[in-house]
Write a protein that binds this ligand. Structure first.
Ligand code: FES
Length: 257
């Protein structure tokens, strides 16, 4: 029979729910700070708590000046990509208890910091824009005509369509860091999405390929697969780039047939 003392103990579920975690958070306000620094916060965690939950808790309860960018909180909008314990991740898709203690949170490497964990995304968007990420059909539609795509062709681009423009892959890419004219993995995965779309027609496909194999294009990829490893949506930009590179070489070899 349980004693009074035993019945007053917290049950196992409650006990495991009361862990604490240490977060070392990158802080930097360029207009005010000479240099970036890390600030340490202790927080109580709960089962399933994400790093984004933790950062919001710190902002709400300890330091309202902590600046982070987020929106959907469900790995859809791509706005909260940060560098957690040495890897690019979405803060809303990373659980505090799964990344070890302390949890070190930094802004995306190779992006300029606006404030704390918020980075400047304009250069990333320029890279995306450089590959003409819009549908260019091979003919004007007749009135009421739909641009139909075969299920098989649609399956070719299934995974790359999931890109949420978070910038994690581009942040992990060495060639993108050293060549601002290289579109980088996210933009090249987006280019692949249109390159493979049969509705654009052969002429546009060839023009896209020529554009992509410029001196700052697909051949700059080092096939390190860093981008593939960090993509929170399971996309492999490297494989898309490799396929386009192979196609570009084959186009050239036609001369020898
Ligand atoms: S907050 Fe939207 S992806 Fe994380």
């Amino acid at each position: 029979m349980a004693t009074t003392e035993e019945t007053q103990k917290p049950d196992a579920a409650t006990a495991t729910d009361e862990e604490t975690a240490t977060l070392e958070v990158f802080r930097y306000v360029p207009e005010e700070d000479d240099e970036p620094y890390f600030e340490t916060f202790e927080i109580e965690t709960f089962e399933g708590m994400t790093v984004l939950d933790a950062l919001i808790k710190i902002r709400d309860e300890q330091d309202p000046s902590l600046t982070i960018r987020h929106s959907c909180r469900m790995a859809r909008c791509g706005s909260d990509a940060v560098y957690i314990n040495g890897t690019q991740r979405l803060a809303c898709n990373t659980q505090v208890r799964e990344v070890g203690d302390p949890v070190k949170v930094e802004p995306l490497p190779r992006f300029d910091v606006i404030r704390d964990l918020v980075v400047e995304m304009n250069e990333f968007y320029d890279r995306m824009e450089s590959v003409e990420p819009w549908f260019q059909p091979d003919h004007e539609p007749e009135t009421g005509e739909e641009y139909l795509q075969s299920p098989e062709n649609r399956r070719n681009i299934d995974t790359v369509l999931d890109c949420i423009w978070c910038g994690a892959c581009t942040s992990s890419c060495s060639p993108a860091a050293t060549d601002s004219d290289f579109p980088g993995p996210a933009a090249l995965a987006k280019a692949y999405r249109f390159y493979k779309d049969e509705r654009e027609g052969e002429e546009t496909r060839k023009r896209r390929l020529e554009m992509l194999e410029s001196s700052h294009g697909i051949y700059r990829c080092h096939t390190q697969f860093n981008c593939t490893e960090v993509c929170p949506k399971g996309i492999s930009p490297t494989e898309a780039i490799m396929e386009m590179s192979r196609d570009a070489v084959k186009e050239k070899l036609r001369f020898w047939r």
